[in-house]
Design a protein around this ligand. Structure first.
Ligand code: BGC
Ligand code: NOJ
Length: 812
């Protein structure tokens, strides 16, 4: 069952009922000001950091879920109170539609002959969101309605705001000037930032104190001021500051009126100091309000946003016979890659924005799916990440985006972390050809006195693995590897400790075959990079280490039919046929094959066959099998999950992409693409009632075959699934791979395909690539021509003339 449809021309998903199986959200903003907005206008906004600079308040885990706060609008039409986005008033609408597009959301609702259409977006280079509200009288009579706006301010630090009431109920301060309501509560550190909410029309009243607006015993669905048809002109003094305007809208039959509301944030410089504690410096807010005071200016900004996305999405485009594939590759997957790049795992309807900052492992991987869009921002991110690295090559697991400092509370010791940095840097250089990044002096632990060139950080990442090998010569797992919940060093865990820091044998026994596979895959990339930069001795050293690790994997990491997952703290195999539960894990199959293990002797194929037999379901591949049905103290958190959920045999969509890549590498394009379609959202749309999450973006996890709710997704939006699935489809399956010297063409597709066309902007040139499959094979380029001339091999050369080049590829 569907709850809407894709409008590909407008790059929108159109939701046709407000009561989707779960709030289906979108993100506004892609630079510094961000908003989450649901299909009923719920959500919140923040500046840079969802924890430290939260602008509007949101209650997670609310009942009902999506009434936790939002940008709410109400209409009072002669006593009939309703909301154009259905919520919060929840009055039945005669028409409802929500269009989530690239960086904007349009919600329209109609009741009693009044149609209200609201476009929400964050203009480029602006720290504010626009709400363009259009009210239309569709009746033959004059209408006099009152339009109320509403946002609730958060007192900046979202965690403190939710917990420290004894203090915070005293601090709220606002200032009202004309149609602008300023929120100027200072936070403990006393900075002179503030927020504001304005409308470009005279108002008939306002409220800035929540209780006055809503009433002590009412809720968002029935604020007393809206029902009374009159604001109270309340000025908040502590308690809960809000901003609500009341606008009188008089409409003749058929008449339309448009209003621009602006919700903005101002980060003042020192010279912009407030005049006094009571009067804030409004210059910057006034300039923003001025810039967006007319409908023309707003429409222009919306057009600019659309052109910005035209340009971002033009870098990789497919034209194929499969609409679902086209919309995933051309629109939604790339869009989600941008969102995960910006927000890591910080703020979604599953991540509270206070728990996590930017992940080291996560951000490096997110960058893989984003680097072609805005390489300069990827470069900056790489330096931010590498600056949090530790001298021994290890890394803080996360950092806070506002301070860019490593987060001590979470610490480090996830032994896969350092390798992802190498992969990100390699992807950046292959995309841009900018080797100079390797020379950037980059601090350790943000300490400028401890700076070395980025290339040295990569070396330390590589060495971190070989300095931390276990009894079998495989990498020690540390606190966990990519699988956060496989905690093999955990027996001395103290009650109440959430993450294990102590181990029975000082963490010197438990090993990860997954990290070993990663080391072969990413370590080889490191070796190639060293070769490319002329550092032959380092390249040779790296190749030797990688070779050695491959041998170790085949000796100690091969179980007979698949790759072992790990060794536990007793030196026993994890993910082996010898185990009763958790016999086979997905991660080591994907990564070892990507690391070129078992390719020549048929072992890779054998492992992939085992994946199909034991892990595949119609909704995707489960993480391991059989699921754990009891708690294993020696495995940790993974076995605390009920069977079929999360890391305990859920379908973790992130690692499904590694199997797609592995299938593509062994030349089985049919299987690679089949797995792709099992989890790609456009293909899950038709069973949205089971899947429940947004059909336009990936979710982190879908309940596995052992779960009661098999097929139901959770944790949509912020997941490495976005970038890895984009890599799997764009590079491994469709086969367009950036390389140091050109664009490599190496498809691995279903045999039935006749061909497809890719347009790829690369190093400034535009390649129009037509891939033909006359003999119905999966892979193998037999002929490649560029601009009519045949090219040896399968690499399109770099022309550097910023022109269009037409390539034809024949598979056979
Ligand atoms: C989740 C993981 C997540 C981790 C973050 C675990 O409970 O299952 O998916 O990465 O928490 O700390
Ligand atoms: C989500 C985390 O963000 C990611 O870092 C981790 O690899 C996966 N969960 C698997 O545990």
């Amino acid at each position: 069952m569907q709850y809407g449809f894709f409008d590909d021309l407008n790059r929108e998903y159109v939701i046709t009922t407000p009561t989707t199986p779960y709030p289906w959200i979108n993100y506004l903003g892609s630079q510094e000001y961000f908003s989450l907005i649901s299909n009923t206008a719920g959500g919140y906004s923040f500046y840079k950091d969802a924890k430290l600079r939260r602008i509007t308040r949101f209650r997670y885990n609310n009942v009902p879920l999506d009434l936790g706060g939002g940008r709410y609008y109400y209409i009072n039409d002669g006593g009939d109170v309703w909301s154009p986005g259905w919520a919060p008033a929840k009055k039945e609408l005669e028409n409802y539609e929500c269009r989530h597009g690239m960086g904007y959301t349009k919600i329209s609702g109609e009741r009693g002959g009044v149609e209200t259409n609201i476009t929400f977006f964050v203009p480029l280079n602006t720290n504010a969101e626009v709400h363009k509200v259009i009210v239309k009288n569709k009746t033959n009579d004059n209408k006099k309605v009152k339009l109320f706006s509403f946002v609730e301010w958060c007192l900046w630090n979202a965690l403190d705001d939710m917990t420290n009431f004894q203090r915070n109920y005293n601090t709220g301060e606002v200032e009202v000037k004309g149609s602008v309501i300023y929120h100027k509560t200072e936070y403990k550190e006393r900075r002179n930032h503030y927020a504001f909410f304005s409308v470009n029309a005279p108002i008939c009243g306002f409220d800035s104190d929540r209780e006055s607006f809503i009433g002590t015993y009412n809720g968002f669905e029935n604020p007393q001021a809206v029902y009374a048809g009159q604001s109270n002109n309340s000025v908040a003094d502590g308690w809960h500051p809000i901003a609500s305007h009341c606008v009188e809208v008089d409409l003749e039959p058929g008449e339309t009126k448009e209003y621009i509301f602006l919700l903005g944030y101002v980060e003042n410089d020192l010279e912009d100091k407030w005049e006094s504690k009571n009067i804030i410096n409004k210059k910057k807010a006034e300039a923003m309000i001025e810039a967006f005071k007319t409908v023309d200016a707003v429409d222009k900004a919306l057009k600019e946003l659309s052109e910005y996305w035209d340009q971002l999405l033009s870098k990789y485009r497919i034209d194929s016979a499969d609409d679902k594939l086209n919309r995933m590759v051309n629109i939604w997957n790339q869009y989600q890659c941008m969102v995960t790049f910006n927000l890591s795992r910080s703020a979604s309807y599953f991540e509270s924005g206070i728990g996590r900052g930017m992940g080291f492992r996560d951000s490096n991987q997110d960058l893989l799916g984003f680097v072609h869009q805005i390489p300069d921002r990827a470069r900056e991110r790489i330096i931010d990440l590498a600056s949090t690295q530790l001298e021994d090559g290890g890394a803080y697991h996360q950092y806070q985006p506002l301070t860019k400092k490593g987060n001590d509370e979470i610490g480090g010791n996830f032994n896969d972390d350092p390798l992802w940095l190498i992969l990100a840097v390699v992807a950046y250089i292959k995309e841009t050809g900018d080797f100079s990044i390797l020379d950037v002096m980059t601090p350790f632990d943000n300490d400028e006195t401890k700076s070395t060139p980025l290339s040295d950080h990569l070396k330390r990442s590589f060495d971190h693995v070989i300095h931390n090998l276990g009894p079998h010569g495989l990498p020690l797992i540390g606190r966990a590897d990519w699988n956060d919940c496989l905690n093999l060093n955990c027996f001395s865990m103290e009650p109440g400790e959430s993450f294990q820091t102590t181990t029975s044998k000082d963490g010197k026994v438990a090993e990860s075959v997954m990290i070993a596979g990663m080391f072969c895959y990413i370590g080889e990339e490191y070796a190639k990079l060293m070769k490319k930069t002329g550092n032959d001795s380092e390249a040779d050293r790296a190749y030797l280490e990688v070779d050695k690790m491959r041998k170790t994997i085949m000796e100690h990491g091969w179980d007979g039919s698949w790759f072992v997952r790990a060794y536990d703290d007793f030196g026993r195999k994890v993910g082996s046929d010898d185990n009763e539960e958790g016999k086979i894990f997905i991660e080591s199959q994907g990564l070892c094959i990507m690391g070129n293990c078992g390719m020549e002797d048929g072992k890779a194929i054998k492992a992939l066959d085992a994946v199909e037999e034991r892990l595949a379901t119609k909704y995707g591949l489960v993480l391991q099998n059989p699921a754990f049905t009891k708690y294993y103290v020696e495995y940790g958190e993974i076995s605390t999950y009920p069977a079929g959920y999360k890391e305990n045999a859920g379908i973790f969509c992130h690692n499904n992409a590694w199997i797609m890549a592995a299938e593509a590498l062994v030349g089985r394009g049919d299987k690679a693409f089949d797995y792709y379609t099992r989890i790609a959202p456009a293909y899950t749309e038709e069973y949205s009632e089971i899947h429940r999450m947004e059909p336009y973006v990936y979710s982190q996890m879908v309940a596995g075959k052992d779960a009661k709710r098999h097929g139901e997704a959770k944790n949509s939006w912020l997941t490495g699934t976005a970038s890895w699935n984009f890599i799997a489809i764009s590079q491994y399956i469709l086969g367009i791979k950036p390389e140091y010297d050109g664009l490599q063409i190496d498809p691995s597709i279903p045999k039935s395909w006749d061909g497809y066309k890719i347009t790829r902007e690369f190093r400034g040139d535009i390649y129009e690539i037509t891939i033909k499959n006359p003999n119905h094979v999966s892979s193998g380029v037999v002929k490649l021509t560029v601009d009519g001339k045949e090219v040896e091999g399968n690499i399109l050369p770099i022309f550097g003339d910023k022109k269009k080049h037409v390539a034809e590829v024949i598979l056979g």
